[in-house]
Design a protein around this ligand. Sequence first.
Ligand code: ATP
Length: 278
Amino acid sequence: MLEVVELVKRYGPVTALDGFTLSVAAGEIVGLVGHNGAGKTTFVEIVSNLLRPDSGHVTIDGKPPSAMRGQVGVAPQHIALYPTVTVREHLRLFGRLGGLRRAALDSAVDDLAGMLRLNEIMDRRTGRLSGGQQRRTQAATALIHRPSMLLLDEPTAGADLETRQAILDVVKQRAGEGAAVVYTTHYLPEITELRATIAVARNGLVIARGTHDELLEGLPGEVRLVLDNEEEVSVSTTEPTATLIDLLKNADRPISAVDVRNPSLDDLYHSLAVRDAS
Ligand SMILES: Nc1ncnc2c1ncn2[C@@H]1O[C@H](COP(=O)(O)OP(=O)(O)OP(=O)(O)O)[C@@H](O)[C@H]1O
């Protein structure tokens, strides 16, 4: 569905993309991760036809981004809503821009208002909404016309749990219907929940690509015990359950807290950096 080959983009002396290559199949969700400045937003802006690359090429369903405007839904990283316009007016406007009319538009607005829990705020101006309500409205503007390609750039940034869950549920539903999704995030639990494959960007390149298990299996997490005298014991381990049992058996003081942490994105970045250095 999406084919991106060897994109290069420079901003003066800064090389934001340096041969960025990524394919996404219909029905696939790709969790695009990487440190700040890795080039994720620049990539999203090129695929959504907001920026031109210096070189390389992009096709969506075999066509260039400029020919696919109606088939792509974009939620930019920074909130981009009209503050004096209501939620309902946003959904209707973006639905119309995506080609929906009359009954099809009405039912798309109703469906999404229900899924994203917008019903109670439909007639409020977006400039007066909370951050989470604005996030849900912004996601709705990307989703309203059921695009076959979705580009969601940190769509849950700053959102509470309920907003995050509502957005994740609708993204999963759309992928289940065949949409190709690129979802940039700094949260591994979102990728796990979306059952997304992973692409890791660094310095303008995709340096690792695979399933969740392929990239994270075998990475150590951490088991931490806090003793009643506030002393802490923490162990990096690939076998958290066995390690926890061992630590509990051998603790010579009462334990006041236990924490088991699965591998994180930072563990993944660290293992890739170690791999590249060796
Ligand atoms: N308009 C611009 N002018 C100059 N430099 C830019 C511009 N936009 C991005 N950059 C630079 O390009 C590089 C890639 O930025 P980009 O925003 O694509 O990264 P990112 O992976 O999305 O980061 P984040 O996780 O912080 O959103 C960074 O070094 C950034 O400072």
